[in-house]
Write a protein that binds this ligand. Structure first.
Ligand code: PA5
Length: 451
Protein backbone atom coordinates (compact mmCIF):
# COMPACT_ATOMS: atom_id res chain seq x y z
CA UNK A 1 0.00 0.00 0.00
CA UNK A 2 1.24 3.49 -0.82
CA UNK A 3 0.58 6.52 -2.96
CA UNK A 4 1.55 5.53 -6.51
CA UNK A 5 2.53 8.33 -8.88
CA UNK A 6 1.78 7.72 -12.55
CA UNK A 7 3.50 10.15 -14.91
CA UNK A 8 2.70 8.34 -18.15
CA UNK A 9 0.28 11.04 -19.30
CA UNK A 10 2.95 13.74 -19.03
CA UNK A 11 5.18 12.52 -21.87
CA UNK A 12 4.13 15.21 -24.32
CA UNK A 13 4.48 17.97 -21.71
CA UNK A 14 7.75 17.36 -19.86
CA UNK A 15 10.91 15.39 -20.52
CA UNK A 16 13.29 13.39 -18.34
CA UNK A 17 15.80 16.23 -18.83
CA UNK A 18 13.37 18.71 -17.26
CA UNK A 19 13.40 16.60 -14.08
CA UNK A 20 17.17 16.09 -14.17
CA UNK A 21 17.72 19.83 -14.51
CA UNK A 22 15.76 20.36 -11.31
CA UNK A 23 17.85 17.83 -9.38
CA UNK A 24 20.01 20.41 -7.52
CA UNK A 25 16.92 22.37 -6.44
CA UNK A 26 15.19 19.21 -5.21
CA UNK A 27 18.28 18.21 -3.20
CA UNK A 28 18.53 21.71 -1.76
CA UNK A 29 14.85 21.57 -0.73
CA UNK A 30 15.47 18.19 0.91
CA UNK A 31 18.51 19.59 2.74
CA UNK A 32 16.37 22.46 4.03
CA UNK A 33 14.13 19.90 5.71
CA UNK A 34 16.91 17.68 7.10
CA UNK A 35 20.59 18.65 7.12
CA UNK A 36 20.67 22.38 6.43
CA UNK A 37 17.71 23.43 8.53
CA UNK A 38 19.42 26.60 9.72
CA UNK A 39 19.31 28.02 6.18
CA UNK A 40 15.67 27.05 5.59
CA UNK A 41 12.92 29.62 5.67
CA UNK A 42 10.25 28.65 8.21
CA UNK A 43 12.51 26.04 9.83
CA UNK A 44 10.74 26.50 13.16
CA UNK A 45 7.65 24.88 11.58
CA UNK A 46 9.12 21.53 10.57
CA UNK A 47 7.47 19.58 13.42
CA UNK A 48 4.98 17.82 11.11
CA UNK A 49 7.91 16.02 9.46
CA UNK A 50 8.50 13.60 12.37
CA UNK A 51 5.02 13.78 13.89
CA UNK A 52 3.97 10.27 12.77
CA UNK A 53 6.75 8.86 15.02
CA UNK A 54 7.29 11.34 17.81
CA UNK A 55 3.75 12.46 18.60
CA UNK A 56 2.78 12.80 22.25
CA UNK A 57 1.63 9.25 23.18
CA UNK A 58 0.08 10.31 26.49
CA UNK A 59 -2.01 12.96 24.73
CA UNK A 60 -2.91 10.45 22.01
CA UNK A 61 -4.49 8.08 24.53
CA UNK A 62 -6.24 11.02 26.25
CA UNK A 63 -7.70 11.90 22.83
CA UNK A 64 -8.99 8.33 22.54
CA UNK A 65 -10.62 8.40 25.98
CA UNK A 66 -12.18 11.83 25.41
CA UNK A 67 -13.50 10.63 22.04
CA UNK A 68 -15.05 7.64 23.84
CA UNK A 69 -16.66 9.96 26.40
CA UNK A 70 -18.07 12.20 23.66
CA UNK A 71 -19.44 9.13 21.90
CA UNK A 72 -21.14 7.97 25.10
CA UNK A 73 -22.63 11.25 26.35
CA UNK A 74 -23.28 13.31 23.20
CA UNK A 75 -25.64 13.05 20.24
CA UNK A 76 -23.78 15.92 18.60
CA UNK A 77 -20.18 17.08 18.60
CA UNK A 78 -19.75 20.69 17.51
CA UNK A 79 -16.27 21.30 16.10
CA UNK A 80 -15.37 24.98 16.14
CA UNK A 81 -12.40 26.09 14.03
CA UNK A 82 -11.38 27.65 10.74
CA UNK A 83 -8.72 26.95 8.09
CA UNK A 84 -6.17 24.44 9.32
CA UNK A 85 -8.16 24.11 12.53
CA UNK A 86 -11.01 22.26 10.83
CA UNK A 87 -10.29 21.34 7.21
CA UNK A 88 -8.12 18.31 7.92
CA UNK A 89 -10.55 16.76 10.40
CA UNK A 90 -13.49 17.24 8.07
CA UNK A 91 -11.49 15.96 5.11
CA UNK A 92 -10.57 12.71 6.88
CA UNK A 93 -14.08 12.26 8.29
CA UNK A 94 -15.66 12.49 4.82
CA UNK A 95 -12.85 10.59 3.07
CA UNK A 96 -13.12 7.59 5.39
CA UNK A 97 -16.84 7.70 6.24
CA UNK A 98 -18.97 9.84 3.94
CA UNK A 99 -19.77 13.39 2.90
CA UNK A 100 -23.24 12.42 4.17
CA UNK A 101 -21.75 11.24 7.48
CA UNK A 102 -24.46 12.88 9.59
CA UNK A 103 -27.16 11.04 7.65
CA UNK A 104 -25.58 7.61 7.21
CA UNK A 105 -23.49 7.27 10.39
CA UNK A 106 -23.70 4.21 12.64
CA UNK A 107 -26.09 4.55 15.53
CA UNK A 108 -23.28 4.95 18.09
CA UNK A 109 -21.58 7.73 16.16
CA UNK A 110 -22.42 11.31 17.17
CA UNK A 111 -23.49 13.81 14.55
CA UNK A 112 -20.60 16.16 13.86
CA UNK A 113 -21.08 19.77 12.77
CA UNK A 114 -18.23 22.07 11.81
CA UNK A 115 -18.92 25.70 12.69
CA UNK A 116 -16.94 28.89 13.27
CA UNK A 117 -15.51 28.57 9.77
CA UNK A 118 -17.60 31.47 8.45
CA UNK A 119 -19.38 34.49 9.91
CA UNK A 120 -22.77 33.39 8.64
CA UNK A 121 -25.48 33.84 11.28
CA UNK A 122 -27.76 31.58 9.22
CA UNK A 123 -25.42 28.59 9.48
CA UNK A 124 -24.73 29.11 13.17
CA UNK A 125 -28.42 29.48 14.05
CA UNK A 126 -29.23 26.14 12.40
CA UNK A 127 -26.64 24.23 14.45
CA UNK A 128 -27.51 26.10 17.66
CA UNK A 129 -31.12 25.12 17.21
CA UNK A 130 -30.21 21.44 16.61
CA UNK A 131 -28.11 21.48 19.78
CA UNK A 132 -31.00 22.84 21.87
CA UNK A 133 -32.82 19.55 21.32
CA UNK A 134 -29.91 17.12 21.82
CA UNK A 135 -27.03 16.34 24.14
CA UNK A 136 -23.90 17.90 22.76
CA UNK A 137 -20.22 18.61 23.37
CA UNK A 138 -17.89 21.16 21.85
CA UNK A 139 -14.34 20.85 20.57
CA UNK A 140 -13.02 24.38 20.09
CA UNK A 141 -9.82 24.50 18.06
CA UNK A 142 -7.62 27.55 17.53
CA UNK A 143 -3.85 27.54 17.56
CA UNK A 144 -3.61 31.29 18.09
CA UNK A 145 -6.67 31.25 20.32
CA UNK A 146 -7.68 34.64 18.98
CA UNK A 147 -9.25 34.00 15.56
CA UNK A 148 -12.52 35.93 15.30
CA UNK A 149 -14.75 33.43 13.48
CA UNK A 150 -14.27 30.52 15.93
CA UNK A 151 -14.18 32.91 18.91
CA UNK A 152 -17.67 34.23 18.10
CA UNK A 153 -19.03 30.70 17.56
CA UNK A 154 -17.44 29.49 20.80
CA UNK A 155 -19.02 32.28 22.82
CA UNK A 156 -22.47 31.27 21.49
CA UNK A 157 -22.06 27.52 22.04
CA UNK A 158 -20.46 28.04 25.45
CA UNK A 159 -23.43 30.15 26.50
CA UNK A 160 -25.84 27.47 25.25
CA UNK A 161 -23.95 24.74 27.11
CA UNK A 162 -24.08 26.72 30.37
CA UNK A 163 -27.77 27.49 29.85
CA UNK A 164 -28.52 23.82 29.20
CA UNK A 165 -26.26 21.98 31.65
CA UNK A 166 -25.07 24.59 34.19
CA UNK A 167 -21.49 25.88 34.43
CA UNK A 168 -19.93 22.78 35.99
CA UNK A 169 -21.30 20.20 33.54
CA UNK A 170 -20.78 22.61 30.61
CA UNK A 171 -17.06 22.75 31.42
CA UNK A 172 -16.93 18.95 31.21
CA UNK A 173 -18.39 19.08 27.71
CA UNK A 174 -15.83 21.51 26.32
CA UNK A 175 -12.57 20.26 24.79
CA UNK A 176 -10.10 22.97 23.84
CA UNK A 177 -7.27 22.45 21.36
CA UNK A 178 -4.88 25.38 21.40
CA UNK A 179 -1.39 26.67 22.15
CA UNK A 180 0.48 25.00 25.01
CA UNK A 181 1.10 28.21 26.94
CA UNK A 182 -0.58 31.33 25.62
CA UNK A 183 -3.59 32.96 23.97
CA UNK A 184 -7.10 33.88 24.96
CA UNK A 185 -8.46 30.37 24.45
CA UNK A 186 -5.60 28.86 26.45
CA UNK A 187 -6.17 31.25 29.36
CA UNK A 188 -9.94 30.82 29.34
CA UNK A 189 -9.67 27.02 29.20
CA UNK A 190 -7.24 26.92 32.08
CA UNK A 191 -9.47 29.15 34.17
CA UNK A 192 -12.62 27.14 33.43
CA UNK A 193 -10.96 23.73 33.72
CA UNK A 194 -11.68 22.48 30.20
CA UNK A 195 -9.92 19.36 28.95
CA UNK A 196 -7.03 20.79 26.92
CA UNK A 197 -5.03 19.53 23.93
CA UNK A 198 -1.98 21.10 22.38
CA UNK A 199 -1.16 22.35 18.89
CA UNK A 200 2.65 22.00 18.96
CA UNK A 201 4.60 25.24 18.46
CA UNK A 202 6.50 23.77 15.52
CA UNK A 203 3.43 22.64 13.56
CA UNK A 204 1.53 25.26 11.55
CA UNK A 205 -2.27 25.24 11.26
CA UNK A 206 -2.45 23.71 7.77
CA UNK A 207 0.03 20.97 8.73
CA UNK A 208 -1.79 20.13 11.98
CA UNK A 209 -4.32 17.44 11.03
CA UNK A 210 -2.21 14.69 12.62
CA UNK A 211 -2.13 16.52 15.97
CA UNK A 212 -5.06 16.80 18.41
CA UNK A 213 -6.48 19.40 15.98
CA UNK A 214 -7.59 16.65 13.64
CA UNK A 215 -7.35 13.59 15.84
CA UNK A 216 -10.04 14.36 18.42
CA UNK A 217 -12.90 15.02 15.96
CA UNK A 218 -11.74 12.13 13.77
CA UNK A 219 -11.66 9.73 16.74
CA UNK A 220 -15.06 10.99 17.93
CA UNK A 221 -16.45 9.88 14.56
CA UNK A 222 -15.29 6.34 15.33
CA UNK A 223 -12.32 6.39 12.93
CA UNK A 224 -9.20 4.45 13.91
CA UNK A 225 -6.64 7.23 14.52
CA UNK A 226 -3.85 4.69 15.19
CA UNK A 227 -4.33 3.45 11.65
CA UNK A 228 -4.30 7.04 10.34
CA UNK A 229 -0.96 7.65 12.08
CA UNK A 230 0.41 4.31 10.85
CA UNK A 231 -0.37 5.33 7.26
CA UNK A 232 1.40 8.66 7.78
CA UNK A 233 4.40 6.85 9.32
CA UNK A 234 4.58 4.53 6.31
CA UNK A 235 4.71 7.56 4.00
CA UNK A 236 7.31 9.27 6.19
CA UNK A 237 9.56 6.23 5.76
CA UNK A 238 8.83 5.74 2.10
CA UNK A 239 9.34 9.33 0.98
CA UNK A 240 12.56 10.12 2.86
CA UNK A 241 14.99 9.43 0.00
CA UNK A 242 16.66 12.62 -1.34
CA UNK A 243 16.85 11.09 -4.83
CA UNK A 244 13.71 12.16 -6.71
CA UNK A 245 14.09 9.17 -9.03
CA UNK A 246 13.36 6.92 -6.04
CA UNK A 247 10.92 9.26 -4.33
CA UNK A 248 7.46 9.79 -5.90
CA UNK A 249 6.67 12.55 -3.44
CA UNK A 250 9.67 14.61 -4.58
CA UNK A 251 8.97 13.76 -8.21
CA UNK A 252 5.43 15.12 -7.83
CA UNK A 253 6.78 18.31 -6.19
CA UNK A 254 9.30 18.70 -9.02
CA UNK A 255 6.75 18.10 -11.78
CA UNK A 256 4.47 20.78 -10.34
CA UNK A 257 7.32 23.30 -10.56
CA UNK A 258 8.32 22.22 -14.06
CA UNK A 259 4.75 22.66 -15.27
CA UNK A 260 4.52 26.03 -13.49
CA UNK A 261 7.66 27.22 -15.26
CA UNK A 262 6.08 26.14 -18.54
CA UNK A 263 3.10 28.43 -17.86
CA UNK A 264 0.73 26.05 -16.10
CA UNK A 265 -0.44 28.37 -13.34
CA UNK A 266 -3.39 26.35 -12.00
CA UNK A 267 -3.42 22.86 -10.51
CA UNK A 268 -6.81 21.21 -10.38
CA UNK A 269 -6.94 18.37 -7.91
CA UNK A 270 -9.55 15.96 -9.15
CA UNK A 271 -11.28 12.91 -7.75
CA UNK A 272 -14.07 10.75 -9.06
CA UNK A 273 -15.33 10.20 -5.50
CA UNK A 274 -17.60 12.88 -3.97
CA UNK A 275 -16.33 11.83 -0.51
CA UNK A 276 -13.00 13.37 -1.58
CA UNK A 277 -14.45 16.89 -1.80
CA UNK A 278 -13.21 18.10 1.60
CA UNK A 279 -9.77 16.55 0.97
CA UNK A 280 -9.70 18.89 -2.02
CA UNK A 281 -10.51 21.82 0.29
CA UNK A 282 -7.75 20.77 2.68
CA UNK A 283 -5.32 20.49 -0.26
CA UNK A 284 -6.28 23.99 -1.43
CA UNK A 285 -5.44 25.54 1.93
CA UNK A 286 -2.23 23.52 2.28
CA UNK A 287 -0.82 24.49 -1.11
CA UNK A 288 -2.47 27.91 -1.46
CA UNK A 289 -1.20 29.28 1.86
CA UNK A 290 2.17 27.59 1.50
CA UNK A 291 3.02 28.72 -2.04
CA UNK A 292 0.91 31.75 -2.84
CA UNK A 293 3.26 34.58 -1.88
CA UNK A 294 5.83 37.00 -3.29
CA UNK A 295 3.67 37.18 -6.45
CA UNK A 296 4.38 33.50 -7.09
CA UNK A 297 2.65 30.15 -6.75
CA UNK A 298 0.44 27.66 -8.52
CA UNK A 299 -3.24 28.45 -7.89
CA UNK A 300 -4.82 25.36 -6.26
CA UNK A 301 -8.25 24.54 -7.61
CA UNK A 302 -10.34 21.39 -7.41
CA UNK A 303 -13.10 19.39 -8.99
CA UNK A 304 -15.13 16.26 -8.45
CA UNK A 305 -15.66 14.29 -11.65
CA UNK A 306 -17.78 13.29 -13.37
CA UNK A 307 -19.99 15.89 -11.60
CA UNK A 308 -17.85 18.87 -12.64
CA UNK A 309 -17.24 17.57 -16.15
CA UNK A 310 -20.77 18.90 -16.65
CA UNK A 311 -19.80 22.37 -15.43
CA UNK A 312 -16.03 22.92 -15.67
CA UNK A 313 -15.35 20.23 -18.27
CA UNK A 314 -15.75 22.55 -21.25
CA UNK A 315 -13.17 24.99 -19.83
CA UNK A 316 -10.72 22.26 -18.96
CA UNK A 317 -10.99 20.78 -22.46
CA UNK A 318 -10.82 23.98 -24.51
CA UNK A 319 -10.31 27.08 -22.34
CA UNK A 320 -7.06 28.98 -21.62
CA UNK A 321 -4.21 26.46 -21.51
CA UNK A 322 -3.06 27.34 -18.00
CA UNK A 323 -4.21 24.21 -16.18
CA UNK A 324 -2.81 20.90 -15.15
CA UNK A 325 -4.73 18.22 -13.31
CA UNK A 326 -3.69 15.96 -10.45
CA UNK A 327 -6.16 13.10 -10.42
CA UNK A 328 -6.49 10.95 -7.30
CA UNK A 329 -7.90 7.50 -8.05
CA UNK A 330 -8.63 4.48 -5.87
CA UNK A 331 -8.24 0.78 -6.66
CA UNK A 332 -11.34 -0.09 -4.68
CA UNK A 333 -14.61 1.75 -4.17
CA UNK A 334 -16.16 1.77 -0.65
CA UNK A 335 -19.22 -0.02 -2.03
CA UNK A 336 -20.29 -1.12 -5.44
CA UNK A 337 -23.51 -1.52 -7.39
CA UNK A 338 -24.02 -3.85 -10.32
CA UNK A 339 -26.28 -2.51 -13.05
CA UNK A 340 -29.07 -5.00 -13.72
CA UNK A 341 -30.47 -6.11 -17.09
CA UNK A 342 -33.87 -4.62 -17.96
CA UNK A 343 -35.87 -6.76 -20.41
CA UNK A 344 -37.55 -3.70 -21.95
CA UNK A 345 -34.35 -1.66 -22.17
CA UNK A 346 -36.39 1.53 -22.61
CA UNK A 347 -33.45 3.60 -21.35
CA UNK A 348 -31.06 1.85 -23.74
CA UNK A 349 -28.68 0.99 -20.91
CA UNK A 350 -28.51 -2.77 -21.39
CA UNK A 351 -25.01 -2.41 -22.84
CA UNK A 352 -24.01 -1.77 -19.19
CA UNK A 353 -25.93 -4.71 -17.74
CA UNK A 354 -23.75 -6.81 -15.46
CA UNK A 355 -21.18 -4.02 -15.17
CA UNK A 356 -20.46 -2.35 -11.83
CA UNK A 357 -20.69 1.39 -11.28
CA UNK A 358 -17.01 1.47 -10.28
CA UNK A 359 -16.20 0.00 -13.71
CA UNK A 360 -18.21 2.78 -15.38
CA UNK A 361 -16.43 5.36 -13.16
CA UNK A 362 -13.06 3.89 -14.20
CA UNK A 363 -14.00 4.25 -17.89
CA UNK A 364 -15.08 7.86 -17.25
CA UNK A 365 -11.63 8.49 -15.75
CA UNK A 366 -9.79 6.79 -18.63
CA UNK A 367 -11.84 8.62 -21.27
CA UNK A 368 -11.33 11.95 -19.53
CA UNK A 369 -7.60 11.65 -18.97
CA UNK A 370 -7.10 10.95 -22.67
CA UNK A 371 -9.44 13.76 -23.76
CA UNK A 372 -7.84 16.31 -21.44
CA UNK A 373 -4.25 15.42 -22.33
CA UNK A 374 -5.23 15.59 -26.03
CA UNK A 375 -6.62 19.04 -25.21
CA UNK A 376 -3.26 20.20 -23.81
CA UNK A 377 -3.88 19.62 -20.09
CA UNK A 378 -1.07 17.65 -18.41
CA UNK A 379 -2.42 14.95 -16.08
CA UNK A 380 -0.62 13.64 -13.01
CA UNK A 381 -2.19 10.53 -11.51
CA UNK A 382 -1.97 9.61 -7.82
CA UNK A 383 -3.30 6.12 -7.10
CA UNK A 384 -4.29 4.77 -3.68
CA UNK A 385 -5.71 1.36 -2.72
CA UNK A 386 -8.83 2.61 -0.94
CA UNK A 387 -10.46 5.37 1.11
CA UNK A 388 -9.43 4.05 4.53
CA UNK A 389 -7.94 5.76 7.58
CA UNK A 390 -4.55 4.24 6.75
CA UNK A 391 -4.62 5.56 3.18
CA UNK A 392 -5.78 8.98 4.40
CA UNK A 393 -2.67 9.09 6.61
CA UNK A 394 -0.45 8.07 3.71
CA UNK A 395 -1.95 10.67 1.40
CA UNK A 396 -1.87 13.49 3.96
CA UNK A 397 1.81 12.99 4.70
CA UNK A 398 2.63 12.60 0.99
CA UNK A 399 0.91 15.91 0.17
CA UNK A 400 2.34 17.77 3.18
CA UNK A 401 5.86 16.76 2.24
CA UNK A 402 5.32 17.45 -1.45
CA UNK A 403 4.03 20.89 -0.51
CA UNK A 404 7.07 21.71 1.63
CA UNK A 405 9.52 20.50 -1.06
CA UNK A 406 7.56 22.24 -3.82
CA UNK A 407 7.48 25.51 -1.84
CA UNK A 408 11.23 25.41 -1.27
CA UNK A 409 11.83 24.70 -4.98
CA UNK A 410 9.61 27.70 -5.73
CA UNK A 411 11.82 29.78 -3.44
CA UNK A 412 9.22 30.80 -0.84
CA UNK A 413 8.74 30.09 2.85
CA UNK A 414 6.13 27.30 2.75
CA UNK A 415 5.26 27.75 6.43
CA UNK A 416 4.11 31.36 6.86
CA UNK A 417 0.94 33.13 5.73
CA UNK A 418 1.56 36.89 6.00
CA UNK A 419 -1.21 37.69 3.51
CA UNK A 420 -3.95 36.22 5.69
CA UNK A 421 -3.52 39.09 8.17
CA UNK A 422 -4.50 41.91 5.76
CA UNK A 423 -8.26 41.31 5.74
CA UNK A 424 -8.26 40.74 9.50
CA UNK A 425 -6.68 44.15 10.20
CA UNK A 426 -9.23 45.88 7.99
CA UNK A 427 -12.14 43.96 9.51
CA UNK A 428 -11.01 44.76 13.06
CA UNK A 429 -10.62 48.42 12.18
CA UNK A 430 -14.09 48.54 10.62
CA UNK A 431 -15.60 46.76 13.64
CA UNK A 432 -14.00 49.29 16.03
CA UNK A 433 -11.65 46.87 17.81
CA UNK A 434 -9.47 48.83 20.28
CA UNK A 435 -6.01 49.56 18.84
CA UNK A 436 -7.16 49.97 15.23
CA UNK A 437 -8.51 53.57 15.44
CA UNK A 438 -6.13 55.14 12.87
CA UNK A 439 -6.73 52.48 10.25
CA UNK A 440 -10.44 52.71 10.95
CA UNK A 441 -10.56 56.40 9.93
CA UNK A 442 -8.52 55.76 6.80
CA UNK A 443 -10.71 52.82 5.69
CA UNK A 444 -13.92 54.70 6.41
CA UNK A 445 -12.75 57.50 4.09
CA UNK A 446 -11.86 55.03 1.34
CA UNK A 447 -15.17 53.20 1.62
CA UNK A 448 -17.09 56.49 1.59
CA UNK A 449 -15.13 57.56 -1.48
CA UNK A 450 -16.05 54.37 -3.32
CA UNK A 451 -19.77 54.38 -2.50
O1 PA5 B 1 -2.69 27.60 8.27
C1 PA5 B 1 -2.90 28.48 9.09
O2 PA5 B 1 -2.08 28.72 9.99
C2 PA5 B 1 -4.19 29.29 9.12
O3 PA5 B 1 -4.94 29.19 7.99
C3 PA5 B 1 -5.00 28.84 10.32
O4 PA5 B 1 -5.25 27.47 10.19
C4 PA5 B 1 -6.32 29.58 10.48
O5 PA5 B 1 -6.16 30.94 10.29
C5 PA5 B 1 -6.89 29.31 11.87
O6 PA5 B 1 -6.02 29.79 12.82
P1 PA5 B 1 -6.16 29.45 14.37
O7 PA5 B 1 -6.01 28.00 14.52
O8 PA5 B 1 -5.05 30.21 15.03
O9 PA5 B 1 -7.53 29.93 14.82
Amino acid sequence: MSVQLNCSYLDSFISADDCKALDPEIRKAHDFLYSNKAAAKGNDFHGWLTLPFDYDKEEFSRIQSCAAKIRSDSDILVVIGIGGSYLGARAVLEFVKSKNYNLVRDKNDPQIFFVGNSISPAELSQVLSLCRQKDFSVNVISKSGTTTEPAIAFRLFRQLLVEKYGAEEAAKRIYATTDRAKGTLHDLSLREGYEMFVVPDNVGGRYSVLTAVGLLPIAAAGIDIASLMAGAAASAEKYADPDWQKNDCYRYAAIRNILYRKGKMVEMMVSYEPDYQMMNEWFKQLFGESEGKENKGIFPASAIYSTDLHSLGQYVQEGSRLLFETVVVFDKSKNDITIAEDPENLDGLNFLAGKTMSYVNQKAFEGTVLAHTDGGVPNIILRLPEMSAYCAGELIYFLEKACAISGYILGVNPFNQPGVEMYKKNMFALLGKPGYEDLSDELAKRLHHQS
